[in-house]
Design a protein around this ligand. Structure first.
Ligand SMILES: NC(=O)c1ccc[n+]([C@@H]2O[C@H](COP(=O)([O-])OP(=O)(O)OC[C@H]3O[C@@H](n4cnc5c(N)ncnc54)[C@H](O)[C@@H]3O)[C@@H](O)[C@H]2O)c1
Length: 251
């Protein structure tokens, strides 16, 4: 069964990890997917796989922090379809630094990518989202929006802000029949976590703290996004869905 038949979706940061899994799952479910990323090879690879599987996906080289790129991404969707049913703000970066040593540039960079870009895209895509007969925005937050690890304070701040922004947007965008939700994944093995998860002691420590005793698979997040994007979630807005095998509720 195709749960996103006739839907148009835009996924940012679709060239790797969770964004790639979300874009490919949406394509499998019948959506026409616009896959954005600043990594050209990565996003092309995402689309090649999706197309081989029979899906419809357009890879678009785009930096979410570049206003011209965002405008041409939305322009391409407007020209092709005139509407947008699902926007997934997934592109993100991390950085490790003691709070007391964070520089203004480091702080600004992570806010720009993880938070401001999601605000700008959600704001500028409203016309296309309103043209749908019921659309949704899914923002990728993290369990770090409420639990904290040393040296990730700037990252945590952006993820908490994404949760708050999603709830606030949900209140305003309901008037336009646009739902806004967010997903809080636990630790997934992607390019973002590769370095830290290379350490066997860290790996084991994290697994020991996860009741379901494994890392998040990108497919776990993709299925959660599929639910929130689908008509099954048509009365759900302003909500956060945690996908962490119980990690954030376990002592
Ligand atoms: N991996 C995890 O454990 C984890 C956990 C919770 C939340 N998240 C969040 O999930 C999202 C995806 O992370 P991931 O683990 O797949 O990481 P990843 O590094 O594998 O993928 C991130 C993608 O975003 C792209 N990107 C980064 N900056 C961009 C920009 N300015 N413009 C366009 N594309 C850009 C990268 O090129 C990359 O393809 C992020 O928002 C991250 O914070 C990840």
């Amino acid at each position: 069964m195709s749960r996103l038949e006739h839907k148009i979706a835009l996924v940012t940061g679709a060239g790797s990890g969770l964004g790639r899994a979300i874009a490919q799952e949406f394509a499998r479910q019948g959506a026409r997917v616009f896959a954005g990323d600043r990594d050209e090879a990565g996003v092309n690879e995402t689309a090649e796989t999706a197309i081989k599987e029979g899906g419809t996906m357009s890879p678009i080289l785009s930096d979410v922090c570049n206003k011209e790129d965002v405008a041409s991404l939305l322009g391409a969707i407007e020209k092709a379809n005139g509407k947008l049913d699902v926007l997934v703000n997934n592109a993100g970066i991390t950085q490790r630094e003691d709070f007391r040593h964070i520089t203004d540039d480091q702080w600004q960079e992570i806010l720009d990518v993880n938070l401001t870009a999601a605000m700008r895209l959600s704001r500028d895509a409203l016309g296309l989202l309103r043209a749908s007969d019921g659309s949704s925005i899914i923002n990728i937050s993290s369990i770090m929006e409420r639990v904290h690890v040393r040296q990730l304070s700037a990252y945590s701040t952006t993820k908490a802000a994404i949760a708050g922004m999603s709830r606030a947007m949900a209140v305003e965008y309901s008037a336009f029949n646009v739902r806004v939700n967010y997903i809080c994944p636990g630790y997934a093995e992607t390019a973002m976590t590769k370095r830290i998860l290379r350490n066997p002691a860290v790996r084991q420590g994290l697994l020991d703290r996860t009741p379901m005793n494994r890392f998040v698979k990108p497919a776990d997040v993709a299925k959660a996004a599929l639910f929130l994007a689908s008509d099954d979630a048509s009365f759900i807005t302003g909500e956060g869905l945690t996908v962490d095998g119980g990690m954030s509720v376990s002592l």
